[in-house]
Ligand binder design. Structure first.
Ligand SMILES: Cc1cc2nc3c(=O)[nH]c(=O)nc-3n(C[C@H](O)[C@H](O)[C@H](O)COP(=O)(O)OP(=O)(O)OC[C@H]3O[C@@H](n4cnc5c(N)ncnc54)[C@H](O)[C@@H]3O)c2cc1C
Length: 498
């Protein structure tokens, strides 16, 4: 795959390495600064493993004060800093900078307080997503956003990516479940943003920081909302003989006023991959299945299950099964949750895309992906958060075979372009990182991009936090050939075109 722009970044450190390492070592406990190559290699990529880069050093602070110190030293030395949680990101957001320090937050993993009355949890950024629900369970509470990677991914990474999950249709993304953050700026200054209430005076910096992919500050503490565990949850497994019918059922369920706790779709290829792996009991003859979870009180669940089943039947479901107990509910979900590794067993590599489209366009876009699959001669199962219109095509390839890796990358780019053309967006939850940075030039006009860059400049004037990720420079868009031209007037004519 091509080297991303990050590797050609113009940010250059102003100090020599030995001096930088000496200053960082002095600010950190023993063994918390790594700079030997064999120690750095484990940090060379995140979940987008096609792109790798060994950093200059990895700093592993043990407290917030040390995070401030590391940032202050790097800022003074003009050294780029890439924050890293658990490294499960799928868009290359935590991929290191060759001239930079990777700031790994994995040692900040304490649950600082659970308040069962206010229903909040205050945690450090390296705490695993699932660990919050585990800690809150004694109070009958849980943290709702549940990325499929929740056993491993960190809450700091969730904030930086505004992560979603199966239950975000009803309960919202990470951003909808946050109350307060402590964030350290590139200069080592501590900001406390948000409030315990639903509103706070001043600009909504909480919203600005959510999904900022490590470009605006480093999150050192997170206060999240907790919810009471629903009394009951039940899953409907519905089979369809066409993807279009399953897509229509999704749109109709939402239009009927139901907001299920989860509404997920898998196509035939994904069903086959999953069944070989976890035997979740999915019908192998179906062209698509929907998994729909209803939760609430006994009465609420009964009513919603009836309404959803009715809509599914009217939309052409060929078979409808209802989980009979919690064990069967979890079995139904086990297939969906294991879909990525199931696909990973078939070919050595897969490329998980992430785009969002209006629900009414599901059938059309899936048909477009099938055409691209033939064109690029690469298999592409689809598994996705159907209720949110958030697609996850999984492009299967073997990087050791000819130009398959290159074809997979181009195929992925075309899928994102299909999403934009359908009125959607190039990311639903995985972020932009390095993966989708060129498509940002298609998604946004120069006005919006210039605003993003101005915000970045205000908080990080030397562009040291995660350079080369998430927001393309206008120069890059010109180079990509995708800068918006309005009424024949080229914007920024001084920027060279290639
Ligand atoms: C099998 C699998 C399934 C997945 N399923 C989902 C899913 O269902 N939904 C979903 O949304 N995602 C999913 N993901 C993607 C990934 O798990 C999420 O993006 C997650 O939020 C990343 O968290 P992390 O701790 O691993 O962050 P990292 O990968 O370490 O970092 C991600 C980004 O956050 C920044 N960052 C990390 N910590 C901080 C911090 N403290 N302060 C500032 N910036 C920071 C990094 O610089 C980087 O830009 C999946 C990944 C895998 C491998």
């Amino acid at each position: 795959m091509g080297k991303p722009e990050i590797l050609r970044s113009s940010v250059q450190p102003m100090v020599d390495r030995a001096d930088l390492f000496r200053r960082l070592s002095a600010a950190l406990p023993p063994d918390c600064l790594l700079y030997e190559r064999e120690d750095l290699v484990p940090y060379e990529c995140d979940g987008l493993s096609a792109h790798t880069q060994v950093p200059l050093a990895v700093a592993l602070p043990e407290n917030e004060q040390q995070v401030c110190e590391v940032l202050r030293i790097c800022s003074q030395a003009r050294v780029p800093v890439v924050a890293r949680g658990a490294g499960t990101g799928l868009s290359g957001g935590a991929m290191p900078h060759e001239q930079g320090v990777t700031l790994a937050l994995s040692k900040l993993k304490s649950i600082l307080a659970i308040d069962p009355v206010a229903r909040t949890a205050r945690v450090q950024p390296g705490v695993r997503n699932l660990a919050i629900s585990e800690a809150a369970a004694v109070h009958g509470l849980y943290y709702a956003p549940d990325p499929s990677s929740q056993i491993a991914c960190s809450i700091g990474g969730n904030v930086a990516e505004n992560s979603g999950g199966v239950h975000c249709l009803k309960y919202g993304l990470t951003g909808h479940n946050l109350l307060q953050l402590r964030v350290v700026t590139i200069d080592g200054e501590l900001l406390e943003i948000g409030s315990e209430g639903l509103d706070a005076p001043g600009y909504d910096l909480l919203a600005l920081m959510t999904g900022s992919e490590g470009l605006l500050g480093v999150v050192t503490e997170v206060t999240v909302k907790l919810l009471p565990k629903p009394v009951k949850a039940q899953v409907i497994l519905a089979a369809f003989d066409s993807v279009v019918k399953a897509g229509e059922a999704v749109a109709r369920i939402i239009a009927a006023g139901c907001i299920p706790a989860g509404l997920e779709m898998m196509d035939k290829l994904a069903i086959a991959a999953v069944e070989q792996f976890v035997h979740a009991g999915y019908p192998l003859d179906a062209e698509a299945i929907l998994l729909c979870e209803c939760d609430g009180t006994e009465e609420e669940v009964t009513v919603e299950i009836e309404r959803v089943s009715e809509v599914m039947r009217a939309s052409g479901a060929t078979d409808i099964r209802l989980s009979r107990d919690d064990a069967e509910r979890l079995k139904f979900w086990s297939g969906r949750k294991a879909a990525f590794p199931a696909v990973g067993r078939i070919l050595p590599d897969y490329y998980c895309m992430d785009g969002t489209i209006p629900k009414k366009k599901l059938g059309e876009v899936l048909a477009g992906i099938a055409v691209l699959s033939k064109q690029f001669e690469l298999t592409c199962p689809n598994v996705f958060h159907a209720g949110d219109g958030n697609l996850h095509p999984l492009i299967m390839f073997d990087a050791n075979e000819g130009d398959q890796a290159q074809r997979a990358e181009t195929f992925g780019a075309r899928i994102l372009e299909l999403c934009i053309a359908a009125g959607g967006t190039i990311t639903g939850e995985h972020g932009v990182g390095i993966e989708k940075i060129d498509q940002m030039c298609l998604q946004f006009g120069t006005g919006e991009l210039a605003s993003f860059l101005a915000v970045k400049h205000a908080l990080d004037p030397h562009g040291l936090l995660n350079p080369g990720k998430a927001v393309p420079t206008l120069h890059r868009c010109a180079e990509f050939g995708a800068m918006h031209v309005h009424r024949g007037q080229e914007t920024f004519p001084e920027i060279p075109r290639f």
